[in-house]
Design a protein around this ligand. Structure first.
Ligand SMILES: [Cu+2]
Length: 271
């Protein structure tokens, strides 16, 4: 027969496991994602760009439910075109998703030369593990037909990473630099989480610490990161909004993230 103290110790041990499990979940980084089918559109490639929009843990290959975004659009030549109506719901099935989560898809036909800055503003996502809402203002830049005119422009998101390195046509190993803004002003010593989109799930982190790389901006809000592998990389600069949002009648903090996705490509040996 089980005695009481054994049951008490067992309960305590189980509780501890649950707590460790929760802490582990909290530590994992969320990323708003916009992954285009290509970062460069030229005469050889298809003029239509397919964009996958989701909310996920990119390295671990797990997605979260994403409500219909508040806005989705593209800025080209200083003009904003809202494309929210073109979003189609789909189911993200990342490699470690137990079941698929709602995500979004769009296709955009690139007609004119120039830099196309795609952006998405999601609905606030309630994260019970962090007792906080999360809003990731996410962007990606696709170049059209070689005209490099505005990849470094600020498009006026609440919080935004403005690239200081051209964010396409990057080689593996390049140093990517950017500046973090909130309300149009630099954020000194901003914290930036960096994660690789482990799309096929064939990469394993040697330790949990490798999943999300963490860097800090300098006193002017400028950060840099040497990209170690070909593929898509996400940078999320995180701040706490001055506003709060109610959850079940209680005001809760809102984590705002400025997210940018870039792609690194290996050099090609022709012979
Ligand atoms: Cu999550």
């Amino acid at each position: 027969m089980l005695n009481k103290s054994f049951i008490r110790r067992l309960t305590a041990a189980l509780l501890l496991l649950v707590l460790i499990g929760t802490a582990d979940r909290e530590a994992r980084a969320h990323f708003g994602m916009i992954i285009p089918s290509d970062d460069i559109v030229d005469r050889q490639s298809a003029p239509s760009v397919e964009l996958d929009i989701m909310f996920a843990h990119p390295f671990e290959g797990e997605s979260m439910e994403m409500a219909q975004p508040r806005s989705f659009g593209v800025v080209r030549g200083g003009r904003t075109t809202l494309l929210t109506e073109t979003l189609r719901p789909t189911t993200a099935r990342l490699v470690h998703d137990a079941s698929g989560s709602q995500s979004w898809k769009a296709s955009y036909s690139v007609k004119r030369p120039g830099d196309h800055i795609f952006f998405v503003e999601p609905e606030p996502y309630w994260e019970p593990a962090e007792d906080s809402y999360i809003v990731h203002y996410t962007k990606v830049i696709v170049n059209g037909f070689g005209k490099e005119d505005s990849w470094d422009s600020e498009i006026g998101l609440k919080t935004e990473i403005i690239p200081l390195s051209r964010p396409y046509g990057l080689y593996t190993g390049n140093l990517f630099r950017g500046i973090v803004h909130v309300d149009g002003k630099p954020v000194p010593f901003a914290e930036i989480e960096v994660e690789y989109f482990n799309e096929n799930g064939n990469l394993t982190a040697p330790d949990a610490a490798f999943v999300t790389q963490v860097i800090k901006a300098d006193d002017r809000g400028v950060f840099s990161y040497a990209v170690p592998k070909a593929g898509w990389w996400g940078f999320a600069a995180l701040s706490t909004d001055t506003r709060t949002l109610e959850h079940n009648g209680t005001p809760k903090p809102v984590e705002i993230g400025a997210v940018i996705w870039i792609r690194a490509t290996d050099m090609i040996t022709t012979r």
